[in-house]
Design a protein around this ligand. Structure first.
Ligand code: HEM
Length: 507
């Protein structure tokens, strides 16, 4: 090869690729596709629409192209759904047809080619993994078993805030402390293990591994190789970085957490006691239902799905409460009127409708996963009278459903009262409940978030504890904290983590 003349070298590279190139240049006319901007060969609409296809941009495009439109991103199709009727179709009526998740070269690495649950296609493997995860993580029994522990972790945060004089006058960025709290809540449920402090080397390592995984998976830097298969060889360096991170990250989960549980279970032999979620999962492995890799991918999925989502929601709630002191006061009044001196616990949250409305309003205005986790149809399907080619990535713009002025009164306003007045019959979709397809912060149907059963009470309790113990304000000279947003592809978080003053309320 090295001794070949220069042009021949290129020919020898190009000839094997000719069928692919011809296939690309020849844009096959397809009938009855959803509307969308005109696509050019090879790039499709990519150069027109750019990389950052966030919820705001897609909402604007839906006003031009309608409630379902199609974008071609190189060789890939993206269908965007923006009204409640079509959301119902994708998530519920045709939930099986649209129940898979799109794959790409990077996600293949982070999911071990679909050995996980969150990003795997709809089918037997997904069903089995979801079933195995339900008992240890997503039942009322689990909530009752762990809610005292959640409260205990929250009380530690309140105590830390009370001990710190600076917090009363200058304020602090509370994100890091809440992050430690959420890691401890999830790791105690998973492994019966917790981190000592924000400086615990294992905590630092865990957060680094998870944020690097999110950065690499959500980056636009690999779009060219994802959209244009011919360019995939140039992604080799990027993919190697992903592989290296994933190997070290899974080894970290395994060596420091999973192996410890295996040892404890082994020591107890046949009659091993199941004390935490991963014991259930290891038990399923021992029974031959799943393999060792699946166990690690369940740990990986919980790390990805449970912690940052709930943390972003808390940051949004706190920022809005700082900017709306009257909402803080109303929550306090409700707690004292209804509970008459009893403290708020998981079991009496349902007696506090204004508090729950505040949680709902936070998730409406600042939908943490604004486009849900993308769906995909394995086979060609019909939607809204159009043909959706097989393996199209289908996103539901949940943020726009919940913020479209055609369906909500003054949607830009943070007003929990709406969930007690004009939208009083609306709540996040819980299995068996009545569904309002304008409001889907946790999705709906087969692939909806099973973590809703944990996330809603955790959010309610944290807000109740903070508001009962403190008056939350902006730092000196700042009346309103900045609530501009960042993210969009998979997540919607606050752009600047707020500095908040926590003024203790006399008991
Ligand atoms: C999936 C939202 C917390 C576990 C999802 C989806 C959304 C979502 C929108 C995708 C739904 C769809 O594709 O249609 C949220 C929000 C949270 C939160 C807003 C916090 C406020 C949690 C927690 C856990 C969790 C605490 C676990 C402890 C999962 C899992 C899936 C999922 C496993 C994948 C389900 C599947 O593909 O079958 N979540 N989530 N989430 N979430 Fe959550």
């Amino acid at each position: 090869y090295l001794s070949m003349p220069f042009p021949l070298k290129y020919m020898s590279l190009i000839v094997p690729l000719l069928p692919l190139i011809i296939n690309f240049l020849y844009v096959k006319p397809q009938n009855n596709l959803p509307p969308g901007p005109t696509a050019v060969p090879i790039f499709g609409n990519w150069l027109q629409v750019g990389n950052d296809l966030n919820h705001q941009l897609l909402a604007t495009m839906s006003q031009t192209y309608g409630p379902i439109f199609l974008l071609k991103l190189g060789s890939k199709n993206l269908a965007v759904v923006s009204n409640p009727e079509l959301a119902n179709q994708v998530l519920h009526t045709q939930g099986v047809e649209f129940g898979s998740r799109p794959r790409n070269v990077v996600f293949d690495i982070f999911t071990g080619n679909g050995q996980d649950m969150v990003f795997t296609i709809y089918g037997d493997h997904w069903q089995k993994m979801r079933r195995i995860m339900t008992l240890p993580f997503f039942t009322n029994k689990v909530v009752h078993q762990y809610s005292d522990m959640w409260e205990n972790e929250m009380d530690l945060v309140v105590n830390d805030l009370k001990k710190n004089e600076k917090v009363k006058y200058e304020g602090i960025v509370i994100r890091k402390r809440l992050q430690l709290m959420l890691y401890n809540i999830m790791y105690r449920m998973m492994f019966d293990a917790k981190f000592e402090s924000q400086n615990d080397p294992l905590f630092i390592e865990a957060t680094k591994f998870n944020s690097e995984r999110s950065r690499l998976a959500q980056s636009f830097d690999y779009n060219y190789g994802d959209f244009i298969p011919l360019l995939r060889p140039f992604l080799r360096g990027y993919l190697n970085k992903c592989k290296d991170l994933q190997t070290r990250r899974l080894a970290f989960f395994n060596n420091y957490f999973v192996e410890k549980r295996r040892k404890i279970m082994d020591e107890n032999g046949e009659k091993h006691k199941i004390s935490c979620a991963i014991d259930h999962i290891i038990d399923a492995e021992m029974k031959g239902e799943i393999n060792e890799q699946n166990v690690l991918y369940i740990v990986e999925n919980i790390n990805v799905a449970a912690i940052e989502t709930t943390l972003w929601s808390m940051e949004w709630a706190i920022a809005e409460l700082v900017n709306h002191p009257i909402v803080q006061q109303k929550i306090r009044d409700e707690i004292s009127t209804v509970l008459k001196g009893r403290s708020v616990t998981e079991s009496n949250l349902h007696e506090l409708p204004y508090l729950l409305a505040t949680v709902n309003e936070t998730l409406r205005l600042h939908t943490p996963i604004p486009l849900l986790v993308p769906h995909m149809n394995l086979e060609e399907a019909k939607l809204g009278g159009y043909t959706i080619p097989k393996e199209t990535k289908v996103v539901v713009n949940a943020w726009w459903l919940a913020n479209n002025p055609a369906w909500w009164k003054n949607p830009n306003e943070f007003r929990p009262e709406r969930f007690l007045e004009e939208d009083s019959s609306t709540e996040a979709a819980v299995a068996g409940g009545k569904v309002d397809f304008r409001y889907l912060p946790f999705g709906m149907g087969r692939r909806s978030c099973p973590g809703i059963i944990l996330a809603l009470p955790i959010l309610g309790l944290v807000i109740a504890k903070l508001v009962s113990n403190f008056e939350m304000q902006g730092p000196p000279g700042v009346e309103k904290v900045d609530t501009s947003e960042r993210g969009g592809q998979f997540s919607l978080h606050i752009a600047k983590h707020s500095t908040v003053v926590f003024k203790p309320i006399a008991a």
